[in-house]
Design a protein around this ligand. Structure first.
Ligand code: MOS
Length: 744
């Protein structure tokens, strides 16, 4: 019987290492001469450091040094040297400890280094800093007059709004049904459980091995080399395991530069871990305000669509995400205007957070579509089918595949959507009002250039190597599955190496593109190895494959067998035994196939259905049931794919009901900078979740037909929950999170 791995349920191959503690994270690497560093965070949101008194700190036993902009060793002065692979090109990245300028609350102002962690922490509390404060602005409602229109891309893959199509102002004016509302989403913090940390090990020859929490070892390597004037050959960055990141580790965070700077200056190994409250001084999901106007016919057919989106950014970098565009992409509408604006404030630069931009943009348009369904008396699913987009009107391109209709149908069936009562406040369970709502979701599925190496040892063990990361998404396992499938090997014979700057270069792990990009490179490297093995197999005396060509055979169950007659085969062991005893190694670079992809755009889609109970007296919401139906191309590891979607739904519950960074604008500082006061969904908030993967065949998106599932699971969830809350209560809340004070 043929054993195939793709599409089955495979436990994580790195699971045993993780649960036994053998898997090491950035702050767990050790060197015998190691020093410990602690960051002193600035207290004001805008201004300058006036003076720093380190005398008391340096009296702590074990104190080594307090670094600040006054005494720091040489660092690059040119802003360009601090640009990492994912930095917006119009802006000046933060240069930690470079000068006295303060750009945001919590910016590092000093670094205490000592023989022990306790000493470094004690020192950090004794450093006296005084400031010259300037006025700051952290409140978007007051900063809007400075909004700047987004005209062009300033990061790879981040597009400005498309040109207006049709005449949306006229179409809106003429439309019999009009809807115009504002939708506000708050600042969210990534909150991975693993804190940002860097352990710099200074080797005997003064080269450095840097263990960094990062989604890209090459990006971390690039930044420290440029900022600190180090040679690439002297700096190896490793990040074998990452305890969650969700986009926060796409760009290196400041602890990387600071730890490496200290190690270089003191010629000692250094470990620096940020505290939980310092995790709130980094990148975050930006606050947004979207003004949406929909014009429709009385039957709900869309005639005009506007999304004018506003998002917060820092003053030093013009970071933006794609928010408004999702409106014009999601539904067929000949008259559409999308506009994106950024508002600069005295905050740290926002950063990508799981499905950046789509999470906010789709929440707003999917809420507005629910409002349109109510206004036109249409069922929300029917309204979406009526306005179904068969092509990407933003880019005027075909979809490489789009099985969203199957998501609506299968999701609705499993959810029993037909039991929904269209009129709010008609169904009760005890003291709770019951409501049901749904929403669609969409995320892009790009392919990036990536390289990988496959090495088949004479004993039949295969090693796969690529510089990408596994940020908890299951990359180790998915690459093992693809490699095992290509060479007909059981998983036990596949070793996967990731997260090391000495491995073949791969893109940042993010954007849901790792399976698509690195998976294709791994598959192609394995195919190149397979061709060589086939030559050995067909060259054997009396080989049953003698007259076959490579395309006539398949690699299954450690055999090379004829596709037409599986009884004719050569075992992998026999083929390898006839070789020269050296490993067979192939390195491949796979890139987007622009020729094939020309004329198409690729996206993942979802339909999310939610049932809520809202307590009538207290306004508390319980999300009792969610069904998420996903069209994500070919599923490689069913178990990991399902886990990704489950995690997305859990986060969607948090986005709908809980998550919000609360800023005290008087100080320009986030107040709830800990996991006790910044609420995320916990077990008690999570009830029944069902995941469906609809069949979606796509031979354009990439050679393996997989679209990537890291982000789509979150998109659409908050809108489905908000729409269910409306169905339960008759209250439409257009400001996230939907907390009880807004419902009562
Ligand atoms: Mo993801 S926000 O691209 O890590």
């Amino acid at each position: 019987m043929n054993t195939h791995l793709i599409g089955t349920d495979v436990n994580r191959i790195d699971g045993p290492a993780k649960v036994s503690g053998a898997a090491k994270y950035a702050a767990e690497f050790f060197a015998s001469d190691m020093l410990y560093a602690v960051v002193v965070s600035g207290a004001i949101a805008h201004g300058e450091v006036d003076s720093i008194d380190t005398a008391a700190a340096m009296k702590v036993p074990g104190a080594m040094e307090v670094f600040s902009h006054k005494n720091r060793p040489h660092m690059a002065w040119f802003n360009k040297s601090y640009l990492d692979e994912d930095a917006p090109t119009d802006g000046k990245p933060l240069r930690p400890l470079y000068d006295e300028k303060i750009h945001h609350s919590g910016q590092p102002v000093a670094l205490c280094v000592a023989e022990t962690f306790e000493a470094a922490r004690a020192m950090s509390r004794l450093v006296e800093v005084s400031y010259k404060a300037l006025t700051h602005q952290t409140d978007m409602t007051f900063a809007v007059q400075e909004a700047k229109k987004v005209e062009k891309s300033n990061r790879a893959g981040i597009e400005p709004p498309p040109k207006n199509r049709g005449n949306s102002a006229q179409a809106y004016a003429d439309a019999p049904v009009k809807l115009a509302k504002g939708y506000l989403s708050p600042t969210e913090i990534h909150n991975p459980i693993e804190l940002f940390a860097t352990t710099v090990v200074v080797n005997e020859d003064e080269t450095m091995t840097i263990y960094d929490k990062t989604q890209s070892v090459s990006n971390s390597q690039l930044l420290v080399c440029n900022a600190l004037g180090l040679y690439k050959d002297d700096v190896r960055v490793e990040s074998p395991f990452v305890g969650g990141a969700f986009g926060s580790a796409l760009r290196p965070q400041y602890q990387l530069i600071l730890a490496t700077m200290a190690a270089k200056a003191l010629k000692r190994s250094v470990r620096l871990t940020l505290t939980r409250d310092q995790m709130f001084t980094l990148s975050h999901r930006p606050e947004t305000l979207q003004e949406i106007r929909l014009g429709a016919d009385t039957d709900g057919t869309l005639l005009a669509m506007h999304n004018e989106s506003l998002q917060a950014t820092s003053r030093y970098e013009n970071y933006f995400e794609v928010i408004a565009n999702w409106s014009g992409l999601s539904y067929l509408c000949e008259n559409a205007t999308m506009e994106e604006k950024t508002v600069s404030m005295d905050i740290s630069t926002p950063g990508d957070m799981r499905a950046p931009g789509a999470v906010q943009g789709v929440w707003a348009i999917e809420t507005a579509m629910d409002e349109l369904a109510i206004a036109t008396g249409r069922d929300p699913v029917d309204l979406r089918l009526q306005n179904y987009a068969e092509k990407d009107q933003n880019h005027d391109k075909k979809y490489s595949s789009k099985e969203l209709k199957a998501c609506y149908a299968q999701g609705a069936a499993m959810f029993r959507w037909n039991e929904r009562k269209p009129t709010p406040r008609t169904e009760r369970r005890g003291t709770a009002l019951v409501g049901r709502g749904m929403a669609g979701g969409v995320w892009e599925s790009p392919q990036m250039p990536a390289s990988a190496k496959a090495t088949l040892a004479p004993d039949g063990t295969l090693t796969i190597a690529s510089g990408t990361a596994d940020i908890g998404t299951g990359t180790y396992t998915v690459m093992a599955i693809l490699a095992g499938e290509a060479l007909g090997l059981p998983l036990a014979k596949v070793i996967v190496k990731l997260g090391d700057s000495e491995l073949p270069v791969a893109p940042l792990e993010g954007g849901s593109w790792t399976v698509s990009s690195v998976g294709t490179a791994v598959t192609e490297a394995c195919k190149a190895v397979a061709e060589k093995v086939f030559k050995l197999a067909s060259g054997l005396d009396d080989s049953p494959l003698k007259h076959a060509s490579f395309k006539d055979v398949e690699f299954v169950n450690e055999r090379i067998s004829l596709r037409s007659d599986a009884a004719k085969f050569v075992t992998l062991a026999a083929a390898l035994a006839s070789g020269d005893g050296e490993p067979i190694a192939e390195k491949t670079k796979a890139g987007p196939n622009f020729l094939k992809q020309h004329g198409y755009k690729s996206y993942t889609h979802s339909a999310v259905f939610a049932e809520v109970e809202v307590d009538e007296d207290f306004g508390t919401v319980s999300v009792c049931r969610v069904v998420s139906a996903i069209a994500g191309g070919r599923i490689i590891n069913h178990e990991a794919a399902r886990s990704q979607i489950l995690g997305g739904v859990v986060w969607g519950i948090g986005m709908a009901l809980q998550e919000q960074a609360e800023t005290d604008h008087q100080f320009g500082r986030i107040m709830n900078h800990n996991l006790a006061e910044y609420h995320v969904s916990v077990n008690a908030d999570v009830h029944d979740i069902e995941v469906i993967f609809v069949k979606e065949e796509d031979n354009i998106v990439n050679p393996i037909g997989a679209k990537g599932l890291g982000e789509i699971g979150l998109v659409g969830v908050a809108a489905a929950i908000g729409n269910a809350i409306y169905n339960a209560t008759g209250k439409r809340i257009r400001e996230l999170p939907i907390t009880l004070d807004k419902l009562i």
